[in-house]
Design a binder for this molecule. Structure first.
Ligand SMILES: Nc1ncnc2c1ncn2[C@@H]1O[C@H](COP(=O)(O)OP(=O)(O)OP(=O)(O)O)[C@@H](O)[C@H]1O
Ligand SMILES: [Zn+2]
Length: 759
């Protein structure tokens, strides 16, 4: 049999042909010898044909049962083609990082006489019994060798938790008083550690709990010790609007729906309703969010809505061990709801029945490293291959998806009313008329008022740090990163200058590194400066700063969010991470400090991104009462700011579409950016020119070509970059790029329809 194999972690586009007589199926992992070493490969196709002798054999099958099926294989091939990504690297996305990829040989007993009860790794077997013995047992067919992955267990303590089996709640009348107290307790907390439950209810022994487990009223589960206990109950009844939308969504058994619901209109509650329907039919649900920071509060709400269900999270902040365990559980069908970031879309859950993508507009769904791909597009394709419904939800949908909905390629459902609270009244503060360039007098007055009412304030600042750059007054140079073409940001707290692109840090120099003059000063501002100034104005207020410096893992984020919900902080100063998805009833005021900066990014979709930011962050206020949002700008007449001010998505969207149609941008064309990387500016420019010359040979394949140009970020992590931009018809194939990319594979990055003003 001839087998086409994609090579794991290879930058190449080709698949390679091997011979094999093994019983293989498409999508399966195999071990092959490639370029002189054994490596993992993925079976792409099989052909019942004998190849010429010189073709190598597949070394071995890796998994007893293949993890990937035909639809996974198709998804990988689609992604590889659509995003010009090497197939092997795309296949790798299906698997969790770490040991699962490390395949080991195990000796397994076939007959009972060999004294080998459990499979033993081949290495330990050889150490203990020697190779002679192994040969003998293999010969007599008493043992066999199996290939499997190591299930690496992380060192975390695991605890036993009990929870109520929801469908048995009706049995309550048969319970004795002790049992009743256990059930009542679990009804209120959803799940509890066994030992804590015993203590809290003053039980003399564990036996009543064990009896209830035996009766099937409770179930026991082993979880990791630090799993969150945060539970937020879901609402009791949906509003009429929400019910109407839910009904429409429930009627859709496949295809994509765009749920365009303004901030705080209860999209999350609608998701829960649809999720319940599919869970009750034995399906698994994938609930995707753009950033890890959005998982804690959403998970708390999911726990509240689905007590008794197995709910897991999956994202890059987890250890490899945790991800592997959850991956295996989800893959084997033991997880009901998987809440995760972009990477979760690749978990090959066998019973996936529904995919929901919350905050679908967010640029984080686009992977900004090889293989570059748009997670939302891939998730939609996955839904199509599995013939299941996909729901995209947002208060500020992507212009391209709104367009897709308006042209009938997806269903559009709208939620325009808040069930509780009210939309914030938005006010623009003209900074030209203000003395303080950072926080206007007007904003200070409003903050003071809000605090006096016992309410909370969100302050959004685009950048972290104290000041954005350090400049020399004598020579006018700014202090830049030695590895990137950006100025270093001053962080007062650790008295350091840091690069936000590569992580480089240094002490603040006393004198200018360029001219030696002592006249350095810090300019611009970030979260740290705003926090600092606000603390001076409001010395008794408790102010919390939320950015990647103060919060670098989901636990810190969850702790911070719980503090906000307990109202331990009155003013919350934060970057992007506070703009969306969060739901706190007492946030009455939102202040956008530097709206203009949102607009300054040189990308065709920066107005869209800016609009989304402003609409999203404003929407954090008034979620349970009155709300107000203030936007500081030196350019208050700006089109984006005024549309956000009018909360007029529809006409903003129309303006954007008109512009993009005229200037030929997505959704009317496809854009491919090719980044050419070199060790010097010259080298990257030379590469750019070569690539352009090669592309021009296939002139008919595209509409327009620009470049090579030197982008704003001309150097990142010591690599110099130039950029080529192609515009193509939407349905144009991208195959013509492959030979060019192949020729310079390590020097090129290809980004198809990148969003959010990518680099
Ligand atoms: N039917 C309802 N009855 C009472 N309260 C509701 C109802 N639906 C939603 N809410 C409440 O309104 C608030 C906003 O709902 P939710 O967070 O689901 O909105 P959202 O559309 O997801 O918002 P965003 O896009 O801003 O994240 C929540 O506190 C939620 O509990
Ligand atoms: Zn740097």
């Amino acid at each position: 049999m001839l087998v086409q194999v994609a090579i794991s972690n290879s930058p190449l586009f080709e698949t390679y042909t091997y011979n094999s007589d093994l019983p293989l199926s498409p999508g399966e992992r195999v071990e092959v010898n490639f370029a002189g070493r054994n490596t993992i490969g993925y079976v792409v196709s099989l052909e019942e044909k004998k190849g010429p002798y010189k073709i190598k054999n597949i070394t071995k099958k890796i998994d007893l049962e293949p993890f990937l099926g035909v639809s996974d294989l198709e998804l990988a091939m689609y992604t590889s083609k659509e995003f010009v990504a090497p197939p092997g690297k795309v296949f790798d996305l299906f698997f969790p990082p770490g040991k699962l990829l490390q395949v080991s040989d195990y000796v397994v007993a076939i007959s009972g006489d060999v004294g080998l009860e459990l499979p033993m790794s081949k290495d330990s077997f050889l150490k203990k019994f020697g190779s002679e013995k192994l040969r003998e047992l293999l010969g007599s067919r008493d043992v066999k060798i199996m290939h499997s992955f190591d299930r690496k267990v992380s060192g975390k303590r695991r605890i036993k938790k009990v929870s109520l089996n929801r469908r048995l709640i009706d049995l309550r009348e048969e319970l004795n008083p002790v049992w009743q107290s256990i059930v009542d307790y679990l009804l209120s907390v959803s799940s509890e550690e066994i030992s804590v439950l015993e203590k809290k209810l003053g039980l003399n022994s564990r036996s009543p709990i064990e009896t209830l487990v035996r009766k099937g009223v409770l179930s026991v589960e082993e979880v990791e010790e630090d799993d969150s206990q945060w539970v937020i109950p879901s609402v009791i009844d949906l509003t009429q609007d929400q019910k109407k939308v839910s009904r429409a969504l429930l009627n859709k058994k496949n295809g994509v729906s765009l749920l365009y619901g303004l901030t705080g209109t209860g999209k999350t509650e609608v998701y829960f309703n649809i999720m319940e329907y599919w869970l009750n039919r034995g399906k698994q649900v994938l609930l995707m969010v753009p950033e890890v920071s959005l998982t804690p509060q959403l998970l708390a709400r999911v726990r509240g809505a689905f007590p008794g269900r197995v709910i897991r999270q999956y994202h890059s902040y987890m250890t490899a061990g945790q991800r592997q365990r959850i991956w295996l559980d989800a893959t084997e069908g033991n997880v009901d709801i998987l809440v995760g970031t972009r990477s979760s879309l690749w978990v090959p859950m066998k019973k996936t029945g529904l995919i929901i993508i919350d905050e679908e507009h967010d640029a984080s769904f686009y992977q900004q490293s090889v293989p570059f791909y748009d997670g939302v597009e891939v998730a939609m394709k996955k839904g199509k291959l599995l013939d299941i419904p996909v729901i995209l939800g947002s208060a500020t949908p992507r212009v391209t998806h709104f367009y897709a909905a308006s042209t009938g390629r997806m269903d559009l459902l709208e939620l325009r009313n808040r069930p509780v609270g009210s939309f914030p009244a938005i006010e623009i503060i003209d900074m030209k008329e203000e003395k303080n360039p950072i926080i206007s007098a007007r904003a200070l007055k409003e903050i003071e008022y809000t605090l006096s009412q016992g309410k909370q304030v969100f302050v959004f600042v685009h950048r972290k740090g104290f000041s954005n750059y350090v400049v020399c007054h004598a020579c006018g140079q700014t202090v830049t990163c030695p590895h990137c073409s950006v100025s270093l940001t001053y962080h007062k707290i650790d008295n350091a200058l840091k690069c936000h692109y590569c992580g480089y840090r240094q002490h603040v120099p006393r004198s200018c590194p360029s001219c030696g003059s002592m006249t350095l000063s810090a300019r611009g501002f970030g979260t740290e400066r705003v926090e600092n100034d606000l603390q001076k104005f409001f010395p008794s207020a408790s102010i919390m700063r939320m950015d990647r410096e103060t919060i670098d893992n989901p636990f810190a984020y969850e702790k911070a969010l719980q503090e906000i919900s307990k109202k331990k902080s009155q003013i919350i100063v934060g970057t992007k991470m506070i703009t969306k998805g969060l739901d706190f009833p007492d946030v009455e005021m939102v202040l956008v400090i530097d709206a203009d900066r949102l607009m300054s990014f040189p990308s065709y979709d920066s107005p869209e991104t800016a609009f989304q930011y402003i609409a999203q962050v404003s929407g954090r206020s008034g979620r349970a009462g009155k709300g107000r949002a203030f936007i500081q700008s030196f350019n208050p007449g700006n089109r984006v700011i005024s549309k956000a001010f009018e909360r007029d998505y529809d006409s903003f969207f129309q303006q954007e579409l008109d512009l993009r149609k005229e200037l030929r941008y997505p959704p009317f064309v496809k854009i491919v950016e090719i980044v050419c990387i070199g060790d010097s500016e010259e080298e990257s420019l030379d590469l750019g020119k070569k690539v352009v010359a090669e592309l021009e040979k296939s002139k008919d394949a595209y509409l327009e070509l620009f470049g090579p140009i030197v982008p704003l970020l001309s150097k990142i992590k010591s690599s110099y970059r130039t950029k080529i931009v192609l515009k193509l018809e939407n349905d144009s194939p991208l195959d013509f790029l492959q030979p060019v990319i192949k020729k310079h594979s390590t020097g090129l990055q290809t980004i198809v329809n990148g969003i959010g003003g990518m680099l």
